[in-house]
Each structure stands twice: as C-alpha cells, then as structure tokens.
Design a protein around this ligand. Structure first.
Ligand SMILES: Nc1ncnc2c1ncn2[C@@H]1O[C@H](COP(=O)(O)OP(=O)(O)O)[C@@H](O)[C@H]1O
Ligand SMILES: Cc1ncc(C[n+]2csc(CCOP(=O)(O)OP(=O)(O)O)c2C)c(N)n1
Ligand SMILES: [Mg+2]
Length: 178
C-alpha cells in the first residue's frame, strides 16, 4: 500500500496560477517519463464526478480558496499508489500550496528530491488566465477569482519556495514558453 511509494522520487512543482506548471510538466513527462499528478486536475475530476464531496470542492475552487489539506493530500496519495508499479517518479503539480501542506506530505508520504519553481510575472499570469478563460470552461478563470488566486499565491505559496530554498532543493524555471 503506502509502502509502495515510500522510496519514490518526488518533485514538487510550484508556481502562480497560470505560470505554466502544467505546460512544464508535460515537457518533463515527454522527456523523462515521470508521472504527472496535478492537484487541480484531481480536484476537477472529483467535481466532474458529481459527488457530494465534488459539490463542496467546486464551491471552494470557484472562490479561488484552498480546499482542505486532508482532501487534497489523500487524493494525491491515492493517485500515487495507483501508479506505483509503473512510475519512475512523480511530478506533484500544484502542491504544496502552503508550508503546512509540504510538512504533512513529508510526514505521510516522503520528502521531495526537488522543488521546481515555475516563475512568471503577475501581469503575464493574469493575461494568460483571462485568455484561458475564454475556452477553458474553468469556473475560476475569471477576473475576480484570478485576483484572489494570485493574492493567495503570494501570501501562502511563496513561503513554500523560501522553505525549500533553505534546504537547497529549489530549481527555478521560466514559465515562458516563447
Ligand atoms: N494543493 C492544493 N491545496 C488546496 N487547494 C488546491 C490545491 N491544488 C489545487 N487546489 C484548488 O484547485 C484550484 C485550481 O488549482 P490549479 O488547477 O492548480 O490552478 P492554477 O491554474 O491556479 O495553478 C485552486 O485555486 C484551489 O482551489
Ligand atoms: C495568448 C495566449 N497565449 C498562450 C495561451 C496558452 N496558455 C493558456 S494558459 C497558459 C499558461 C500556462 O497554463 P498551464 O500550463 O495550464 O498553467 P498552470 O495554471 O498549470 O500553472 C498558456 C501558455 C493562450 N491560450 N493564449
Ligand atoms: Mg495546471
């Protein structure tokens, strides 16, 4: 069970909303064959299932707030275990969103080998998300929620980068693809 992923190679992928986390992960998957798990995608799949839990998640995500830590951590852990036999390593995209999430992950699953910090300017992120909102169908790609997601990123997630900087495992990449 959880033993299966005890020694797995783990890479956290962190960056602002629309910084390009998903895009960078796709490139890494193509090159290194790691298993890409996006916390946002896992949560949206739960919403799409129409479950009672999904409805509660939808309301939180629409506001640009963080869903409860245990919910997202359990989902990631289950998804990791499901891929344990075929996985060379994991890209955990969109997690941790706050220092506490990192600490709990390490207690329950294991330590990351690396934190990939996808860097982009706030202005770039907003522009991209507004554009993405035209076609994404995501309830949170609208001006009001984008602002809240950005604020929360600077407040809660940037400290995560500083936390892992101190451990010397942060690698910064540009989220610009051009
Ligand atoms: N690690 C997490 N902890 C709590 N909530 C999360 C987490 N990851 C995603 N979410 C929820 O899902 C939403 C969308 O996440 P994501 O797809 O990663 O978006 P973004 O485009 O902002 O990077 C977040 O705004 C939040 O409500
Ligand atoms: C003008 C324009 N440029 C780029 C895109 C494609 N695009 C939309 S959002 C985005 C940013 C990266 O998205 P994603 O990798 O999903 O970022 P994440 O939210 O996962 O960090 C890009 C490149 C677009 N739709 N329109
Ligand atoms: Mg994404």
């Amino acid at each position: 069970m959880a033993d299966k992923i005890k020694d797995a190679k783990i890479v956290f992928v962190v960056g602002g909303p629309g910084s390009g986390k998903g895009t960078q992960c796709e490139k890494i998957v193509a090159k290194y064959g790691y298993t890409h798990l996006s916390s946002g995608d896992l949560l949206r799949a739960e919403v799409a299932s129409g479950s009672e839990r999904g409805k509660q998640l939808q309301a939180i995500m629409q506001k640009g707030e963080l869903v409860p830590l245990d919910t997202v951590l359990d989902m990631i852990k289950d998804a990791m275990i499901a891929k344990a036999d075929v996985s060379k390593g994991y890209l955990i995209d969109g997690y941790p969103r706050e220092v506490k999430q990192g600490e709990e992950f390490e207690k329950k699953i294991g330590a990351p080998a690396l934190l990939l910090y996808v860097d982009a300017k706030a202005e770039t992120m907003v522009q991209r998300l507004m554009k993405r909102g035209e076609t994404s169908g995501r309830a949170d790609d609208n001006e009001e929620t984008i602002k809240k997601r950005l604020d929360l990123y600077y407040k809660a997630t940037e400290p995560v980068i500083a936390y892992y900087e101190k451990r010397g495992i942060v690698r910064k990449v540009s989220g610009n693809t051009d």
